[in-house]
Design a binder for this molecule. Sequence first.
Ligand SMILES: CC(C)(COP(=O)(O)OP(=O)(O)OC[C@H]1O[C@@H](n2cnc3c(N)ncnc32)[C@H](O)[C@@H]1OP(=O)(O)O)[C@@H](O)C(=O)NCCC(=O)NCCS
Length: 209
Amino acid sequence: MGLVIVGARGYAKVVVDIAIRCGYKDIIFLDDDESMKACMGYPVVGNLCLAKEYSESDFFIAVGNPITRERIYNMLSGDGMHFVTLIHPNAVIAEAVSIGFGSVVMAGAVINSDSRIGNGCIVDTGSTVDHDDLIEDFVHVAVGSHLAGMVHIGRRTWIGAGATVSNNVNICGDCMIGAGAVVIKDIDVAGTYAGVPVRRINGLHFRAQ
Ligand SMILES: CC(C)(COP(=O)(O)OP(=O)(O)OC[C@H]1O[C@@H](n2cnc3c(N)ncnc32)[C@H](O)[C@@H]1OP(=O)(O)O)[C@@H](O)C(=O)NCCC(=O)NCCS
């Protein structure tokens, strides 16, 4: 089975490495940036308009922006494309964990028992998701971040590199949690949060690309 990866930038380099380890050999990229010709030795064959020509292949969206990732996911799902879940062989996935379509679990990540990961999520390198966590669609748990048990992360929220979320904490959707932040209480309002413990900052917020 061939694999079409949408997006050919930095995040895609990690994805293609995992895809190869998962057994894919026939890999191509689609990217709307016409200057992109190849990624890690695999060709960028054109833009997203070509997706339907590869409808027999598996698809994966390697786009970091969660709003854009969700938009492309919904568009291609509507066209009947099949999204694959990519799990690095050196990730540790416990019993009774569910991981949605189009999600990736990278090297060194650990997901513990009874946690649920939605569609289009990124569980990044060396991050941990402990027991009974609920991670909604298009969430990014960035490199080296740690979610304790019984945590709930809302749709499209981004947990920054090395951040820690304490047990039983709920973070609503559309939040950016800064690198190294520590979240010890629920966050109910979408926005950007940073610091130890976190406070809301007037930071950048994701916009669709
Ligand atoms: C939180 C974040 C999104 C804010 O970015 P931004 O909107 O560009 O914010 P700014 O750099 O303008 O900083 C705004 C203020 O917040 C502070 N701040 C920003 N990020 C911070 C962080 N992670 N921890 C503590 N304070 C932080 C800045 O020092 C600044 O403070 P000041 O107003 O007193 O000068 C960003 O700094 C961040 O942490 N991104 C995470 C990156 C990451 O994890 N990448 C992983 C990829 S896998």
